[in-house]
Design a protein around this ligand. Structure first.
Ligand SMILES: NC(=O)c1ccc[n+]([C@@H]2O[C@H](COP(=O)([O-])OP(=O)(O)OC[C@H]3O[C@@H](n4cnc5c(N)ncnc54)[C@H](OP(=O)(O)O)[C@@H]3O)[C@@H](O)[C@H]2O)c1
Length: 221
């Protein structure tokens, strides 16, 4: 996740969400090159021209050298199933796109998504049951390493489920402000300190005015 110095991942009106440097983009593609699957929430895939693909030949070669498929699997999360079928992620057919949804999605919505995605999986009643979804992804699609690229609502659900091992954070030298601007973890949030995910800083690198932080998420007691 790339965030501003005031902790925002996009402007409040959602217009700006890409503000990291070229080096930040390179690091993102390096992360993708290690992942079996890349996942994002419905608002993220609708808000930008994100395809969740591996990027250029250089990164695809890296994947192959690491024993992975040339193109990563792509996963979109939409509990309502009301994600736009015009999202860029559905336009590129280089690797399967899976939509994780819930029983809230109408039959018509599921049918519409099936026309653009390779599989639509109902996993949960009102919100996606991520532990169950992860087990299914591992069994059916052999996903061992999954990279989640936000947004804040999806990240919060994964933290709440205790499913995040590592957080890669880029702090960019800007301030956006705005109550409504998303942050790296939104949702309802924790109510007490004991519920907070605890992190240990693994590495930190400064390049020009950006900071690249990698945190390990400590297991829950
Ligand atoms: N700077 C960065 O690095 C970065 C990275 C990613 C995104 N962004 C920006 O962040 C903004 C989007 O973030 P966001 O928090 O608003 O949205 P988001 O997390 O991308 O998507 C939220 C949607 O995902 C689905 N969803 C999330 N968690 C779910 C759960 N537990 N169960 C079922 N469905 C779930 C729901 O879709 P339905 O409503 O369809 O049910 C929900 O409305 C965009 O502006 C994007 O560009 C920035």
């Amino acid at each position: 996740m790339a965030m501003t110095a005031d902790g925002k991942i996009s402007t409040a009106n959602g217009v700006v969400s890409s503000f990291g440097s070229a080096y930040d983009q390179h690091r993102l593609l390096l992360l993708r090159s290690k992942a079996d699957a890349v996942m994002a929430g419905a608002r993220t895939v609708e808000a930008s021209s994100i395809t969740l693909g591996p990027g250029g030949l250089r990164y695809r070669r890296l994947r192959i050298r690491q024993g992975l498929k040339e193109y990563n699997l792509r996963i979109v999360v939409s509990g309502s199933g009301r994600i736009s079928r015009r999202a860029e992620v559905f336009r590129y057919r280089h690797s399967p796109v899976i939509v994780l949804t819930t029983r809230r999605a109408s039959r018509a919505a599921v049918r519409r998504l099936e026309s653009v995605a390779d599989e639509v999986k109902i996993c949960g009643e009102r919100t996606v049951d991520f532990p169950r979804a992860m087990r299914w992804l591992r069994k059916k699609w052999k996903v061992k390493c999954l990279l989640c690229e936000g947004g804040g609502e999806l990240n919060a659900a994964l933290f709440a489920a205790g499913l995040v091992n590592e957080l890669n954070l880029t702090i960019c030298p800007r301030v956006f402000g705005g109550h409504a601007a998303p942050t790296i973890a939104d949702g309802v949030g924790v109510r007490s300190l004991v519920q907070a995910s605890q992190l240990r800083l693994k590495s930190m690198k400064r390049v020009d005015d950006e900071l690249f932080l990698v945190y390990r998420v400590l297991p829950r007691r």
